[in-house]
Design a protein. Structure first.
Length: 111
């Protein structure tokens, strides 16, 4: 027996009306309050970024400025940081750390 072929009718799909571009408002992005809270660096981290309370974002910026100024980023594998005497104390005695591990180690020196 051959099956009957039936013709199905498609239901009309309602489309949402597009909003005019002029009426759309862009929400400004608010920074996370936890990142903007001033933190006091330890004495060892203070040699690199200063002893004044800074938000975590500023600590990271100052740390990267120090790394680039002294040429401590590994040229072969750029995600690694080679520690000098000041950074070895911050990195727990390690000579080479990845930039992801660096943020973890630096957070131990903030209170």
């Amino acid at each position: 027996m051959a099956a009957k072929k039936t013709k199905k009718t498609a239901k009309p799909v309602k489309k949402a009306a597009a909003k005019p571009a002029a009426k759309r408002t862009m929400k400004t992005r608010k920074p996370n309050a936890a990142f903007m809270k001033p933190m006091t660096p330890s004495a060892t981290l203070g040699f690199v970024v200063g002893n004044n309370p800074l938000p975590r974002t500023e600590v990271t910026k100052k740390l990267w400025a120090y790394i680039k100024k002294n040429g401590l980023q590994d040229q072969a594998e750029r995600r690694y940081i080679k520690a000098d005497d000041k950074l070895k104390a911050v990195f727990g005695g390690k000579e080479r750390v990845s930039m992801f591990e660096m943020t973890k180690l630096v957070s131990k020196h903030l209170s």
